[in-house]
Design a protein around this ligand. Sequence first.
Ligand code: SF4
Length: 308
Amino acid sequence: MTNSSPVYKLLNGQTLTKSQFLKYVEEKVFKTMRKYKLFSLDDKIVVAVSGGKDSLTVLYLTHKYLKRKGLEKNLLALAIDEGIENYRSKTLDDLEKFCKKYKIQLEIRSYKQKYGKTLDESIKKIKTSKENISACNICGTFRRQSLNTAARELGATKLVTGHNLDDEAQSILLNIFKNNFSILPRLGPANGVVTDSKFIPRVKPLYHITEKEVRLYTLLKGFDLHYSVCPYAKDSFRTNIAVMLNELEDKHKGVKHSIVQFYLQAQGALKEQFLEEKGNQVTHCSVCGEPSQRPVCNTCMMKSKIQE
Ligand code: SF4
């Protein structure tokens, strides 16, 4: 392959060489940061990282963006170790090397510390009690809270996640398929409809970059990482939607972009309807005091199911 060989074809048919592709991704991510005002100069930014391709890309590009402004000291990386044998330790190793190379401070927290059990142990417990709860259900619930509380303890004013365009298209469909109306307005490049001092706003700089583009970016940049998949992923509803969307995208190029564009046009109306129906008051869990839509939050409900 020479420097002028095409490495990627855009939806409009234009082909890009390696250097053009890297520039295309970086400019698109920086444009997303500016367009949606994801950061302000005084933000303390915590990037949620796992060591996978999306999180390393968002960490690298957020660091690069801040460095240009001399603000890279305002950033740190936060990883949550779920406790998944033969999987998470590999990606955390990749992450530690990466952070060392780019001199980024890394903080690691775990489900074991916070909830008393690793994800593997929690799943064993759920299986013996014959509850119909999937690994991703437990994991997603614990991760949302762990990231929010750890980011808050670290003084964050913004929590960056590595969600890409594929993730967002999946989330939109997933919440439609599950009739989760109250979650739908909270998606988008900057999460949330109502504000609360206990909730750290989340932002998604990779919002307009597809999974395929993130993968190619990491390969062309030569990031040292394992492209492994979580052993529990195959059981999830999200994975079924991802497979369906990939099949559709093969036959009808651009469907993922269309879902996200459609959502962005509808988001304002969805937010208005949400505020009309639910108001802008955030309630707090009566057990742990964290923001919650119910009297007892999902995390506390889940915790009670995994305890002896
Ligand atoms: S695939 Fe499911 S279990 Fe695995 S890390 Fe993701 S949410 Fe957690």
